[in-house]
Design a protein around this ligand. Structure first.
Ligand code: FAD
Ligand code: NAI
Length: 475
């Protein structure tokens, strides 16, 4: 007899593994199928995020930042060191160790919560059946009262700069370089291009980023983007905006990158090329022809706000559906779907999803940008506070950037918070909570913030919205 479950999840990334655990916590019988294989040939849970994305990239960001600070900042603190040397093998070993601990952790969580972890390929058949093909065995059919698809995304490949796994690589390849490329080319000044570009720049690469758009960081608030652009230039990142890639030819002494800048053909010689021009939903081999699941024009699985597909009992979450491709967005969708299946009321507040770019300084925001508020026609007021006026930021030698708050002029509702500066990715949590609770700017103004802390910059920015900043002249 075929196995049967209350819930079968296909994909154990941050969307799928969280959905599986939450469903099991509701007392349901749950299986989670995943086929991820690391470069060492071993299977691991955690998907892109834990194996090849969020976690390893942040491990490398931290290491490269420490290397940079030890070289350039320690002297200011009165700390003398000998020659600071890079041991890239040790750095990569630490990165791999963190990944291993966390991915093993997911397997442990499955066990602790009674989730059946099935290693292999899942294919959705009609009638809420899933064909499971183990990595080393024959296919079997599993019945499920509910199926949650969480198959994630994959990097976009450009026809004239195809990945070769050695010289022309995707973000995963770029995280795992075993030496520092002398000249690194990056296609795309998006989140990955900036994060990984700055990692290798801090470790010594000469980094050139080719970006098709004319506006730098077009998705961010303009003031934040302008500050970031200046900072990255100072750090030595050469970002060519409005540049169109036309070819990439590997040769004996590296890769010749061909691009057009304002219509003029140009070339660039690099040792490695990272292509980071976005990701697309991954559904290869997932759907039987009669599964009934619809994909939209861009290949995303069609779902409603509750992540229900048009087939009863089949849900889809995470990167394979509309919305930002972010781990925390996928996880929250997983929680919502598991709760809905359990008969609870649940929703995801898509208006309040934080975005963080883990460069140095970090960039983080939630809600609308000033240009979006302006376009909406809503009357608004803004306040900002520079980290240069923060005692804590000065003590940390990290004074670049600011906190900016945009609020409604009529009822003081917080509409957007934008931060560029030290620990912006942590500071944004206060703004997310405030917006989730529909707080007003005055609520933040009247909340006590510890002194001296970076969070005081959020407090002062809220005060500045009403020209009441106390530690900076009001404009
Ligand atoms: P995934 O994590 O992609 O997991 C999908 C899983 O499903 C995979 O294990 C895959 O092997 C498996 N699978 C697919 N099809 C099948 C099948 N048919 N059968 C069995 N298994 C299958 N997001 C952030 O929020 N913060 C960050 O700092 C961040 N940094 C990133 C850095 C990089 C370099 C990259 C590439 C991405 C980063 N992201 C970050 C994005 C984040 O990784 C994704 O949003 C997140 O992983 C999506 O989760 P998911 O569960 O939907 O899919
Ligand atoms: P992205 O969408 O952030 O950026 C891609 C960039 O490439 C854009 O600026 C685009 O204009 C540019 N581009 C596209 N085609 C081009 C071409 N032919 N030539 C030159 N430039 C071109 O995508 P990215 O950086 O690949 O990241 C994918 C996704 O992964 C992100 O959108 C994000 O959802 C997720 N991610 C999140 C992180 C975080 O939360 N900190 C970190 C890394 C990735």
């Amino acid at each position: 007899m075929s196995k049967s479950y209350d819930v079968v999840v296909i994909g154990a990334g941050p969307a799928g593994y969280i959905a599986a655990i939450r469903a099991a916590q509701h007392g349901m019988k749950v299986a989670c199928i995943d086929e991820w294989k690391n470069k060492d040939g071993k299977n691991a849970f955690g998907g892109t995020c834990l194996n090849a994305g969020c976690i390893p990239s942040k491990a490398m960001l931290e290491s490269s930042e420490l290397f940079h600070r030890a070289q350039h900042e320690f002297k200011k603190h009165g700390i003398k060191t000998g020659v600071i040397e890079l041991d890239i093998a040790a750095m990569q070993k630490r990165r791999a160790g963190i990944v291993r601990q966390l991915t093993n952790g997911v397997a442990g969580l499955f066990k602790a919560n009674g989730v059946d972890a099935l290693v292999g390929h899942g294919k959705l058949l009609t009638g809420r059946k899933v064909e499971f093909t183990p990595i080393d065995g024959a296919a079997e059919i599993i019945s499920a009262a509910n199926v949650i698809i969480a198959t994630g995304s994959e990097p976009l490949e450009l026809p004239f700069a195809k990945f070769d796994g050695a010289e022309i690589v995707d973000s995963w390849g770029a995280i795992e370089f075993d030496s520092v490329p002398e000249r690194l080319g990056v296609i795309g000044a998006g989140v990955i291009g900036l994060e990984l570009g700055s990692v290798w720049s801090r470790l010594g690469s000469q980094v050139t980023i080719i970006e098709a758009m004319h506006d730098f960081l077009f998705m961010a608030d303009r003031e934040v983007a302008a500050t970031a652009g200046k900072d990255f230039k100072k750090q030595g990142l050469d970002i060519k905006l409005g540049a169109k890639l036309t070819g990439a030819k590997p040769g004996k002494s590296g890769i010749t990158v061909e691009y057009e800048d304002a219509g003029i053909p140009k070339t660039l010689e690099v040792d490695k090329l990272v292509v980071a021009v976005g990701r697309r939903p991954f559904t290869t081999g997932l759907l039987a022809e009669d599964s009934g699941i619809q994909l939209d024009k861009r290949g995303f699985i069609e779902v409603n706000d509750e992540c229900r597909t048009r087939v009863q009992g089949i849900y889809a979450i995470g990167d394979c559906v509309r919305g930002p491709m972010l781990a925390h967005k996928g996880s929250e969708e997983g929680v919502m779907v598991a709760d809905l299946i359990a008969g609870e009321i649940a929703e995801v507040n898509y208006k309040v999803i934080p975005s963080v770019i883990y460069t140095a300084p970090e960039i983080a925001w939630v809600g609308k940008t000033e240009q979006e508020v302006k376009e909406s026609g809503r009357a608004y007021k803004t306040g900002s506070f520079p980290f240069a006026a923060s005692g804590r930021a000065k003590a940390m030698e990290q004074t670049s950037g600011m906190v900016k708050i945009i609020s409604s002029r009529d009822d003081d509702e917080i509409l957007g918070v934008h931060i560029i500066g030290p620990m912006a990715g942590e500071l944004i949590a206060e703004a997310v909570l405030a917006m989730e609770f529909s707080a007003s700017t005055e609520d933040i103004q009247r909340t006590i913030h510890a002194h001296p802390s970076l969070a005081e910059a959020v407090h002062e920015a809220a005060l500045a919205v009403d020209k009441k900043a106390l530690n900076y002249p009001n404009k």
